[in-house]
Design a binder for this molecule. Structure first.
Ligand code: HEC
Length: 132
């Protein structure tokens, strides 16, 4: 019989393998590569870019803020990591858009079905130190 532990164990083990173990001894380049891969696999890069690029060929603003811009905006905000982790999990607040006027009008949908909270926190902490 499969109890909750039996079900949860493989994903925990996988997380430890994919996040904690390699990253504990990772060089900055390896860390960056691992996080970029995770962001790609979780679909973040369908909307976000690492750096602000030229305007899209259709002339519309970008779908989502570039992560370097996010890092610049929250660089001096010690509460950003916790708050942005919740935003990534639950999606952006349609009534209080933080990037209104700078990006398109669609909200960030909740990502909780594709990232664990631990992955979301790891991604946010990586994004927040992307300031050049
Ligand atoms: C469907 C498009 C889409 C996807 C997929 C998406 N985002 Fe977003 N994201 C947005 C938009 C749009 C905003 C701007 C929200 C706003 O104006 O408040 C945003 C904002 C953010 C912010 C800044 C929030 C703030 O309050 O300033 C972070 C951090 C972020 N996204 C991280 C992620 C991560 C990590 C993933 C992948 C797990 C992800 N996003 C996936 C569209 C997306």
């Amino acid at each position: 019989m499969k109890g909750p532990t039996a079900v949860r164990f493989p994903s925990l083990a996988l997380l430890t393998l994919t996040l904690a173990a390699p990253l504990a001894q990772a060089t900055p380049a390896e860390y960056g590569e691992a996080m970029f891969r995770l962001a790609t696999e979780r679909g973040c890069l369908a909307c976000h870019a690492l750096e602000a690029g030229p305007r899209r060929s259709d002339g519309l603003p970008p779908i989502a803020p570039a992560w370097v811009e996010i890092a610049k905006r929250y660089r001096d905000d010690p509460a950003a990591s916790e708050r942005l982790t919740r935003t990534v999990m639950g999606g952006s607040n349609a009534a209080a858009r933080h990037w209104a006027g700078k990006v398109g009008e669609a909200n960030m949908p909740p990502n909780a079905s594709v990232v664990s909270e631990r992955e979301a926190r790891a991604l946010v902490n990586w994004i927040l130190v992307l300031v050049p």
